[in-house]
Design a protein around this ligand. Structure first.
Ligand code: CA2
Length: 150
């Protein structure tokens, strides 16, 4: 059976593509999902792609990834990056690799965006490649979990 990776997206990312295109580009989250599915398929990986505006729901999904033995987890925690110890604590329970992703380079932005709790649980961090970063993160995760390109 195909290994499953979870790709979780935090608050407001449901509106991707509808504002601030100069920072975030014009792709919608549905288009990002398609990119992720196509990329994961190249590596024989199945994808659970989700978005929530609620911290607790994201925590529940991380726990689901843990209990269903997902092979890896990619998360764009959005604004919860710098506020959520609950998300950090859930991610710290994961044995499978966790990758943090940001569309923008948070380190080149306001200082309040830069202190990531999530990074403390992340095996790797991807930031600043636009939505293409999701495809790069999947390729990197695939390498970590030994999923070869078909
Ligand atoms: O660069 C990223 O991916 C961020 O995680 C995006 C978050 C922001 O709070 C982080 O500092 C960096 C914001 C997500 C807002 O979602 C959007 C909604 C509509 C249009 C553009 C972005």
């Amino acid at each position: 059976m195909a290994k499953i990776i979870f790709i979780l997206n935090g608050p407001n990312l449901n509106l991707l593509g509808t504002r601030e295109p100069e920072k975030y580009g014009t792709a919608t989250l549905a288009e990002v999902e398609n990119l992720c599915r196509a990329t994961a398929k190249r590596f024989g990986l199945a994808v659970e792609f989700r978005q929530s505006n609620n911290e607790g729901e994201l925590v529940n999904w991380i726990q689901e990834a843990l209990t269903t033995k997902a092979a890896g987890l990619i998360i764009n925690p959005a604004a919860y990056t710098t506020t959520s110890i609950a998300i950090l604590d859930a991610l710290l329970m994961m044995k499978a690799p966790v990758i943090e992703i940001h569309i923008t380079n948070i380190h080149a932005r306001e200082s309040f965006r830069q202190n990531s709790y999530v990074s403390k649980a992340a095996k790797a961090v991807m930031a600043g490649f636009g939505v293409e970063g999701y495809a790069l993160a999947i390729a990197g995760l695939a390498g970590m979990i030994g999923a070869k390109e078909k």
